[in-house]
Design a protein around this ligand. Structure first.
Ligand code: ADP
Ligand code: MG
Length: 602
């Protein structure tokens, strides 16, 4: 809750004004029946037209004042609630930027997006409702009650009975409805996750002709949501009839007893008329109050979810006295174990002990799920080792300033993305100050220049969001060029040339020797040809280092390496040549769609 209050910020004034205007509006509305009583008692009963005119004018002024207060309050409340929503969105977004990979794993992307959109909107609506109706109904309730009691204490007990009845009935409904609404919100989450997964992977869905399956899955989710919503709303629908029952019971009670009081002379007709108005106001505000409480309990779910995101402690942060200098590109794993926080909790890396000298080229090979990506993620601290130490440039990675470390260790991720913007803009993610010529040079090294030059706008070609208008192989080469622009001390390629043909792949590796000669290169690949010329090759198997050696040594002595090598040599050729002749092997490329383009370029 404190997050919400903190987010009022400079909109506190608007919120206060909204509240003030609401009070004014309600006061006018409560006083109106009072004046009405005067008109009847002093004007209508006595036939005094002057009094009717006077009080009538006062009533008109009061009605307009109430209108003006209401409009002002609405405007201020709208400004305050949208302001809070904007601040809240910004707060969550800023917080997410500080998350480590492990933090993001915990929430899932869909969960974070829902928090910043649907949940924030819920809070915005709740704030608006609170400022308007939430304030209005209790004030209305109390002041109408006071006014009614001041007119006739004897008759007010009719209210008392009705209020107790209403409060009990509405209370029961609310408690039950709240439970059902909580379930509805969980279902919403599932639905959002399902939409996000489907839209995010729509190409894969189409490639595998899974539209019908996805449709039926989605229909099921929508149906569930529908049923749960109906069951929750069905309860709330009882509010109205119960309310009406109370109103008419009160009207009957008031007429019955009120008539006797009027006849006996202890009450005027005017007073009885205004009692009828007050009874409506009291009961209406009670009902409003119950609706508001339902709404608030609903938005509490959203507040809780937003608070979770805001309270999350980023588990990777800068040390107290960070080191701002990377001595060299040496990398050392000292008995490292690693397990992901989410998932089974089992170690995906076990007892990794490895020394890589600065400037060395290291190949990493192993089956999917053998821990290759996990291994390199530890080097630039995308995750922290569970036990043991990872050192870069002779120092524990946890000693470095994070920016220093990540600028020194450039990583081309397995699942990489380009952002919407021109090619040049994307390249400059690597280095803000890179000149056009430096960008071109990096692209030449990454063999990206050949296709960029053929594009209509060259380096100013616009990349669509997520890089959908470049092929898988082109995207990979742009990502490599972007990493090269950092001039890193350590360069890590996580399966980054999987969609690039073998010849270009070799050309890129040759260019590395020219462009970044002193840089330590760690190359993860599925193809033996990508790592064969490395100084040393690491074979990973089940999260352990199975063997380390040169290509010739491993072919000679390591069973796993030899079997991969032989399977790729089968058919007397290279993997790609085999692939273009027969069916493409799925493991060879990040996604099915990128393979044809890679072949076309070859
Ligand atoms: N973010 C994650 N959360 C939980 N488990 C993960 C995560 N990423 C990978 N894993 C698990 O860790 C193991 C190693 O994965 P990874 O290092 O990506 O393998 P590789 O890159 O060799 O294919 C796999 O069993 C995988 O299921
Ligand atoms: Mg991987």
């Amino acid at each position: 809750m404190h997050h919400i209050f903190a987010c009022f910020g400079r909109y506190t004034k608007d919120a206060a004004l909204a509240a003030l205007c609401t009070v004014g509006e309600v006061l006018m509305e409560v006083l109106l029946p009072f004046v009405m009583a005067f008109i009847i008692d002093q004007g209508v009963e006595t036939g005094d037209m002057g009094a009717i005119g006077r009080y009538g004018l006062i009533m008109i002024v009061m009605a307009f004042a109430s209108l003006a207060f209401g409009a002002a309050s609405g405007a201020f409340a709208a400004r305050a609630s949208t302001g809070v929503a904007a601040n809240l969105r910004e707060a969550v977004f800023d917080k997410v930027q500080t998350y480590s990979f492990a933090n993001i794993d915990k929430f899932s992307t869909a969960g974070l997006v829902t928090r910043m959109t649907t949940d924030v909107t819920n809070v915005q609506n709740a704030v608006l409702m609170c400022l308007r109706v939430g304030l209005r109904s209790p004030i209305m309730l109390i002041s109408s009650l006071c006014a009614a009691i001041s007119i006739s204490g004897h008759l007010s007990w009719v209210f008392g009975v009705a209020i107790i009845f209403l409060a009990l009935a509405l209370g029961v409904i609310m408690v039950k409805a709240n439970k059902r609404f909580t379930v509805v919100f969980d279902t919403y989450d599932d639905l959002n996750a399902s939409v996000q997964e489907n839209i995010g992977a729509i190409r894969v869905v189409k490639a595998f002709v899974r539209e019908a399956y996805e449709n039926s899955k989605f229909k099921k989710a929508v149906d569930t949501l529908y049923k749960r919503f109906v069951s929750a709303e069905g309860l709330v629908a009882f509010n109205n009839p119960i309310m009406m029952l109370a109103v008419y019971a009160c009207v009957l009670g008031l007429s019955w007893f009120g008539a006797r009081f009027v006849v006996a002379g202890s009450m005027t007709t005017g007073q009885l008329t205004s009692m009828f108005s007050y009874i409506m106001q009291v009961l209406m505000s009670l009902m409003m109050l119950s609706m508001i409480i339902v709404m608030l309990t609903m938005s509490m779910t959203s507040i809780r979810r937003i608070s979770q995101a805001l309270d999350e402690v980023p588990d990777i942060a800068n040390p107290k006295q960070p080191v701002h200098e990377l001595a060299d590109g040496s990398v050392e794993f000292d008995h490292v174990n690693f397990a992901y926080g989410q998932g089974t909790g089992e170690n995906v890396l076990q007892d990794i002990d490895l020394k890589i000298a600065s400037g060395e080229t290291i190949g990493v090979i192993g089956g999917t799920g053998s821990g290759k990506s996990s291994l390199v993620n530890l080097i630039c601290r995308l995750y922290d080792a569970t036990s043991g130490t990872v050192r870069v440039g002779g120092r524990d990675v946890r000693d470095y300033d994070l920016d220093t470390l990540r600028n020194g260790v450039a990583m081309v991720l397995q699942k990489n993305v380009l952002f919407s913007g021109t090619i040049l803009e994307n390249l400059r993610w690597g280095n803000d100050d890179a000149t056009d010529e430096e960008c071109r040079e990096a692209c030449r090294a990454a063999c990206a220049d050949e296709f960029i030059d053929q594009m209509p706008d060259g380096y100013n070609t616009f990349i669509e969001r997520g890089g959908t208008n470049v092929s898988g192989g082109q995207k990979q080469r742009l990502c490599i060029a972007r990493a090269l622009l950092k001039r890193p001390k350590v360069l890590i390629l996580d399966d980054s040339t999987s969609a690039v043909d073998t010849a270009t792949d070799a050309k890129i590796r040759e260019a590395f020797a020219r462009y970044i000669p002193g840089t330590t290169k760690i190359i993860i690949a599925q193809r033996i040809s990508s790592v064969a010329d490395a100084d040393r090759i690491i074979v990973l198997e089940g999260g352990r280092i199975n063997a380390v050696g040169t290509h010739d040594e491993l072919v000679e002595s390591n069973d796993i390496y030899r079997s991969i090598y032989e399977s790729q040599m089968e058919g007397g050729g290279d993997f790609d040549i085999q692939a273009s002749g027969a069916a493409a092997q799925p493991g060879a490329s990040a996604d099915a769609a990128s393979t044809p383009s890679a072949r076309k370029e070859a």
